[in-house]
Design a protein around this ligand. Structure first.
Ligand code: FMN
Length: 203
């Protein structure tokens, strides 16, 4: 049972969450878990101006995803930073190259799930995840979120991401905040939950 974690990260926050999703998915016996980045679309000089080069170097060893390998997975967990309340352009471009898979019905019945990050607490985490789900539904994915059995999403004693739609992290206006323990626990829970359901469907 193969779980792919496919993500884009500019400054490392989604990357850290992706690692936690992978940890959770690996807890399920028989799961083969792979992390993949979607290709960059911005030129190097723009990335340099955005201060992203140093952060991106630290996870450049993660292989790039090909559209074809999506078809080999039983479950795919997508991670994207929020851009104006939506998924980032890099992810959009990657998904827009999956028309052939759509034509073949190659992704129908696979488990799909989404996690995200924003700068601000109400900057569009839920809209990013829910609007991402539209694409997954067109491709025939069985959508899995982050159920309330992950009790950490009920917390009000500290600022935290996480909703029934999926794990998330709040990074701050300058990206100064890395995912908290609670947000990482949400990501691990989501990874494990996705792998559990994929294993049941694979039977
Ligand atoms: C063009 C652009 C649009 C953004 N839009 C939003 C937004 O709508 N809401 C928000 O809270 N943060 C927004 N952000 C901040 C990013 O979501 C934040 O940098 C990202 O979640 C950090 O994750 P990463 O380190 O994995 O790249 C935006 C950033 C950029 C560059």
């Amino acid at each position: 049972m193969k779980v792919l974690i496919v993500y884009y990260s500019m400054y490392g926050h989604v990357h850290r969450m992706a690692e936690a999703v992978a940890e959770g998915a690996k807890e399920i016996k028989g799961s083969e878990v792979e992390m993949r980045r979607v290709p960059e679309t911005l030129p190097q000089d723009v990335l340099a101006q955005m201060g992203a080069l140093e952060a991106q170097k630290s996870f450049s060893k993660i292989p790039l995803c090909t559209v074809e390998e999506l078809a080999s997975a039983d479950a795919i967990v997508f991670g994207t930073p929020t851009r104006f309340g939506n998924m980032c352009g890099q992810m959009r471009q990657f998904l827009d190259a999956t028309g052939q898979l759509w034509a073949q019905g190659a992704l129908v019945g696979k488990v799909g799930s989404v996690f995200t990050s924003t700068a601000t607490q109400h900057g569009g985490q839920e809209s990013t995840i829910l609007s991402f789900h539209i694409t997954l539904l067109h491709q025939g994915f069985v959508i899995v979120g982050l159920p309330y059995s992950f009790q950490g999403q009920m917390r009000v004693d500290e600022i935290t991401g996480g909703s029934p739609y999926g794990a998330s992290t709040i990074v701050g206006g300058q990206g100064e905040r890395m995912p908290s323990d609670n947000e990482l626990a949400a990501a691990r829970f989501q990874g494990k939950h996705v792998a559990t359901i994929a294993a049941k469907l694979a039977k």
